[in-house]
Design a protein around this ligand. Structure first.
Ligand code: ADE
Length: 238
């Protein structure tokens, strides 16, 4: 899968992607990330990418021209790609959307804005506007990284252990169960007995109960369309 990122801060993206799962996926050739500096697509000699807002108001607005030039440059190869504009006004990004992007898009362009906003006319050249949550960031770079990271985790072969993505929070519709590793006893805080029992059936049931308990406590909104078995466990917990 290929990601192309348009930003005025290429270093932010380039630094993050070198590490961990993403770095390994890049080395394995499962993923390709190309980062483009929007300032390389200005016709202004000072490489200016922003200007004052029409109608007045605080802050600067990113101009359409560098975005348009960069998008036309990418599209010149005529290969299909999904163009996504990162903005707090977009459709909310979820694990489900990450899965959809992984399954349906061979190539994605992630377009990062800065300052107070982007000239509205940029939207005429994108396929989707996506927000990573109901808060405002200083720019789209973190959002682009969130999307790249969560989509890459889902690509078969990207994770060392194929099962780990399936075990992630949200993959099964609720939050993750608690994890423990050595030492068995840390200053009197003991690993739950059941995890040392070697009884895989019991462990699976304990994990399911804990996952439901975590979800009930922190994200009750996720407890929809439960199976009869999950409903039974949930009733026991209440
Ligand atoms: N840019 C600024 N805030 C954002 C958000 N919440 N999601 C995506 N892009 C953004």
């Amino acid at each position: 899968m290929k990601f192309e990122v348009l930003t005025i801060f290429p270093e932010i993206i380039e630094c993050y992607i070198k590490h961990g799962v993403l770095g390994k996926a890049l080395n394995k050739g499962i993923v390709e990330v190309k980062v483009y500096n929007l300032r390389d697509f200005t016709s202004d000699k000072h490489k200016k990418v922003d200007d004052y807002p029409y109608g007045g108001g605080a802050g600067m607005v990113m101009q359409i021209e560098p975005f348009y030039n960069a998008i036309m440059h990418l599209k010149a190869d005529e290969k299909p790609r999904k163009l996504v504009l990162l903005s707090p006004q977009g459709r909310k990004f979820t694990q489900k959307l990450a899965q959809k992007f992984m399954e349906e898009s061979k190539a994605m362009v992630l377009i990062c804005g800065r300052y107070e906003g982007i000239d509205e006319r940029v939207k005429a050249f994108v396929d989707e506007e996506v927000s990573i949550g109901d808060y405002v960031l200083s720019g789209g770079e973190l959002a682009a990284l969130v999307i790249i990271d969560s989509v890459v985790r889902l690509i078969p072969g990207a994770l060392g252990d194929e099962l780990s993505a399936v075990e992630d929070s949200f993959m099964k519709g609720f939050l993750d169960y608690p994890h423990y590793t050595r030492p068995e006893d840390f200053k009197g805080m003991k690993v739950p007995e059941v995890l040392l029992s070697g009884d895989h059936k019991k462990i699976a049931l304990w994990r399911k109960r804990q996952a439901l308990k975590n979800t009930l406590k922190n994200r009750p909104d996720l407890l929809k369309n439960l199976s009869p078995e999950d409903m039974r466990i949930l009733k026991e917990l209440c």
